[in-house]
Design a protein around this ligand. Sequence first.
Ligand SMILES: [Zn+2]
Length: 412
Amino acid sequence: MGTTMKCRCCQRELELELIDLNHAPPSNSFLSQDQLNAPETTYPLRVLVCEHCWLGQVDQHKDAQEIFGNDYVYFSSYSTSWLDHARRYVADVSERLKLGREAFVVEVASNDGYLLQYFQAQGTPCLGVEPTGSTAQACRDKGIEVIEAFFGEQLGAQIARDRRQADLIVANNVFAHVPDINDFVEGLKLVLAPNGTITLEFPHFLQLIQRRQFDTIYHEHFSYLSLHTTEYIFRAHGLCVYDVEELPTHGGSLRVYGRHVNHEALPVRPAVQDLLRRESDLGMQTPEFYRSFADQVTSIKLDLLSFLIAQRRQGKRVMAYGAAAKGNTLLSYCGVLKDLLPVVVDLSPHKVGKFLPGVHIPVLSVDEIRVRKPDFLLILPWNLKQEIMAQHAYIREWGGQFVTAIPELEIA
Ligand SMILES: [Zn+2]
């Protein structure tokens, strides 16, 4: 008997299990050749859903906070499509909120300044918050001021006191990754000017369930959020959601606009009620909505294994593309080892020459595709499928085909 888990948002007891992915190593702990000979630590990976606030959350086992909470890594952002996304956002939000030279913008998880650089270019004063030293420095190199720390209530109070409150707070792809979500939202509340706006972007729990994106579950991804739950957390801190947009990023994300509850000059847009109703109509506030997910994930596993076994028996060559957290969760859960999948290729020079955690499949350079001429290239980051298929269309020259496993096995 384990101890009872409490919801990290509302403290109620958790009983509803979404999925148990058994044990998995930390998703970004790529191994060197030497480390293959050493014992490897894995941690339970299970998602529970609170039946009061409907927050999906990874099981808080004994050391989770220490292991995954203290050095959580913000998403980095090198791709041109992500930069375009940031540039368009800055143009749109500046127009919408009339942010000029008198405004003040704070970005939490400012990374290397990929987004703040566009505010800086238009002359809007801004400040980044980024705990990772190397990326914080890259941001400073662009001439942008950065506080090198984790964001929460304490830092929020400090910025409001020592600097000023923000007309806009931006936090992209960090909300779902903070270990203490209440502390984080309280920090936002303290930094936010009385008539200011918060925008958050995070993967939508609805999409995870409907598109069976179980490979986006990993230890550092603490929270799985609907609009309903976001509104619940905001309300608990005197904030509310006044607009929402659905974005295609990360397999389906929400961009939520928040403000102080009492700043009623900003009306709540119809999009908020529309999406809350859609979530509710689909049953997101009922346990039944979550109960078939585990069986659907098992089907993905069976289909992928059947495919790999069939190819192996016929002597066909299969390679995988993209050594990242998603692929690690998928391969680790399905138990795919190098006898079925000998190689994963990746663009990042930091990963080439290493091995995937848990399953120990070697990571090689993308050049290996032309060398080994695989019959099938299994695309692990399905969110980049179109981009990857276009870049590697040359595999058609030798009859190669592309494969994705999620939401279901597809060969193209
Ligand atoms: Zn709860």
